[in-house]
Write a protein that binds this ligand. Structure first.
Ligand code: NAD
Ligand code: IPM
Ligand code: MN
Length: 364
């Protein structure tokens, strides 16, 4: 089986965390890894956050790994060439409509959460975020002069039934392999697109997934419930913008944004293979970039999701996950998850520790 991976380290801490992922993949072996530019790095080299060549390479690869994009250096660029546009184009052109953002609390980190340990210990929830629709891509959009010195900024929240149904299906299928519970989140009380969302998700459940328990929740309440009693959730399915906000919120339950991986998946082809991009949920962290301080675990765990979802390498994915767990158990921590009495290690040292744990666990 071909295992071509396009690696796009991007900006800020992206290249630092991706360097550790490369070491992990090299240790496992069998990948053809190509490297490309995205975000500010691509803008600096080519005047665009994603070239057509890189887009073509992404469409051809068996999987894409991305570090992070963006940073203060590029914040004042015109909208069309901002680093973030590169990532959004990848998602849109690869048709990656389902973004899986698991929030899993490692036992060793239950104390590191800003919430009470009992509330988060054993937490295992999955947020399925719609990724190619909604207000992120809806038309009309733009900033226009409306006379009298006034300007108007416009974005449009829009969803079609097929966009809702295909992402809901991913959530129901995942739930069947977990605790068979889906909570669908929108604001059907104030938005027509939210009402359509609720109706279509319910219809799909009643037609094809009667074995899965479905509940509905307004997004504001969901944000509150996530910090009040997060273990009530199994799978959450929600739109692009609410999913963005709720997954950052869920990240803090696990101790740090530096721990949260994600997988963005497209439709399955005739062989059951999906286009896929894997990236940490965090951004380029300009405040700690270039200082060997970033936690590489979110990116390493994203690579582990790649092994599982794109390459059917469950044993290798388990090895990587267990290695990360071992490292945390041993009290080896970057600054974002360090606890009193521990000395934080750097990004590369965390990579060293994960590799050593992989060797130990595989008897090497
Ligand atoms: P951010 O996720 O970059 O950082 C938020 C906070 O979390 C910072 O204090 C940062 O130091 C910390 N943090 C994040 N990742 C960490 C890690 N691996 N280890 C330790 N600490 C970590 O969010 P932001 O500051 O709002 O955004 C910075 C830039 O990143 C912006 O340009 C934004 O558009 C971009 N961004 C990109 C992505 C992406 O590429 N997918 C995601 C979010 C934000
Ligand atoms: C994320 C980020 C992106 C988003 C940005 C960088 C475009 O916040 O991946 O969560 O808003 O989707
Ligand atoms: Mn985000």
């Amino acid at each position: 089986m071909s295992r071509t991976v396009l690696s796009l380290p991007g900006d800020g801490i992206g290249p630092e965390v991706m360097a550790q992922v490369r070491r992990v993949l090299d240790r496992i072996g069998g990948f053809q890894i190509e490297e490309g530019l995205v975000g500010g790095a691509s803008y600096d080299a080519h005047g665009t956050p994603l070239t057509d060549d890189t887009m073509a390479a992404a469409l051809k690869a068996d999987a894409v790994l991305l570090g992070a994009v963006g940073g203060p250096k590029w914040d004042t660029l015109p909208f069309e060439v901002k680093p973030e546009r590169g990532l959004l184009r990848l998602r849109k052109d690869m048709e990656l409509f389902a973004n899986l953002r698991p929030a899993l609390v490692f036992d060793a980190l239950a104390q590191a959460s800003t919430l009470k340990t009992d509330l988060v210990r054993g937490l295992d929830l999955m947020i399925v975020r719609e990724l190619t629709g909604g207000v992120y891509f809806g038309e009309p959009r733009g900033i226009e002069d409306i006379g009298g010195g006034e300007r108007r900024g416009v974005n449009t929240q829009v969803y079609t039934t097929s966009e809702i149904v295909r992402v809901a299906r991913v959530a129901f299928d995942l739930a069947r392999k977990r605790d068979s519970r889906v909570c669908s989140v929108e604001k059907a009380n104030v938005m027509e697109s939210g009402l359509l969302w609720r109706e279509e998700v319910q219809k799909l459940r009643d037609a094809e997934y009667t074995d899965v328990a479905l509940s509905h929740m307004y997004a504001d309440n969901c944000a509150m419930q996530l910090v009040r009693a997060p273990k009530q959730f199994d799978v959450i399915v929600t739109d692009n913008l609410f999913g963005d906000l709720l997954s950052d919120c869920a990240a803090m339950l696990t101790g740090s944004l530096g721990m949260l991986p994600s997988a963005s998946l497209g439709a399955a082809d005739a062989n059951g293979r999906r286009k896929a991009l894997y990236e940490p949920v965090h951004g380029s962290a300009p405040d700690i970039a270039g200082q060997d301080k970033a936690n590489p675990m979110a990116c390493i765990l994203s690579a582990s999701m790649m092994l599982r979802y794109s390459f059917d390498m469950a044993a290798e994915a388990d090895l990587v996950d267990r290695a990360c767990q071992d490292v945390l158990n041993a009290g080896i921590r970057t600054g974002d998850i360090v606890e009193p009495g521990m000395t934080p290690v750097g990004t590369a040292a965390m990579g060293d520790a994960v590799l050593a744990a992989m060797d130990r666990l595989s008897g090497g």
